[in-house]
Design a protein around this ligand. Structure first.
Ligand SMILES: N[C@@H](CCC(=O)N[C@@H](CS)C(=O)NCC(=O)O)C(=O)O
Length: 225
């Protein structure tokens, strides 16, 4: 195994519960594996339609499967998704512009991580709105941002450079020919790259980057909860 740092890029959207699972697992592994983990906030709608795919929940059988799958996965991965359902609702454009603005403004520290997690919790645990400015404000404050900064981030999130940034990250994912959904994970090691769709590819990903998959809890691999 080479000693050079491996880069793992996670393209995600907070409207995607499977992205939440991948995000939490990679956060747990980033100090266990020799990786530089890069978060790439993207827009799921842009990925789905831009790749010619269809929203998976439009297929009633797939929807039924996803609901039971997520219930079990939430337990397995220890990520508190609560009674998952895929009710038709507004998209995640505003939320992901907000997340992009946080990412552009707070280049240092873990604020991007905290705000993303709050939005996932809000949508997938508490089943609250993540489209309105008041909702984004609440999530930002819960993540630890002072209210004046949240206000600035909200204004920034409606600006052209932030809209363009979210578009370009989404496009960056789509430029990998086999990107059709999220989470989309790109691993770079020793000059080679490999892509993975989903939060269920960690074993193969570990094999590709030359690290060991130790289950969802790498600090305590035998613990199951
Ligand atoms: N098997 C994957 C499923 C991931 C998944 O369903 N992602 C949704 C967004 S939440 C998606 O983009 N689906 C596109 C598709 O299934 O074609 C996993 O366990 O993570």
């Amino acid at each position: 195994m080479s000693s050079s740092r491996k880069v793992v890029e996670l393209f995600y959207d907070v409207t995607s519960p499977y992205s939440w699972l991948a995000f939490e697992v990679l956060c747990r592994y980033r100090n266990v594996w020799n990786i530089n983990l890069k978060f790439k906030p993207a827009f799921l709608g842009g990925v789905i339609y831009g790749s010619g795919n269809h929203p998976p929940a439009l297929n009633p059988k797939k929807l039924l499967y996803m609901v039971s799958d997520l219930t079990l996965l939430s337990e397995y991965f220890g990520v508190p998704i609560f009674q998952p359902s895929y009710r038709p609702e507004k998209g995640s454009l505003n939320a992901m512009r907000f997340v992009t603005a946080v990412s552009e403004r707070e280049k240092q520290g873990d604020m991007l991580e905290r705000v993303s997690r709050e939005l996932w919790k809000r949508k997938w645990r508490s089943h609250k709105d993540i489209t309105q400015p008041t909702s984004l404000t609440e999530a930002g404050i819960k993540a630890g941002l002072p209210s004046n900064e949240v206000k600035e981030i909200l204004t920034l999130s409606a600006s052209q450079p932030i809209k363009d940034k979210l578009k370009s990250v989404t496009q960056e994912a789509l430029e990998y020919k086999c990107c059709f959904g999220l989470p989309f994970i790109v691993c770079h090691v020793n000059g080679k790259s490999e892509v993975f769709f989903g939060s269920d590819r960690f074993e193969v990903m570990a094999y590709f980057i030359g690290e060991k998959w130790m289950g969802p809890y790498p600090y305590n691999p035998i613990a199951q909860k």
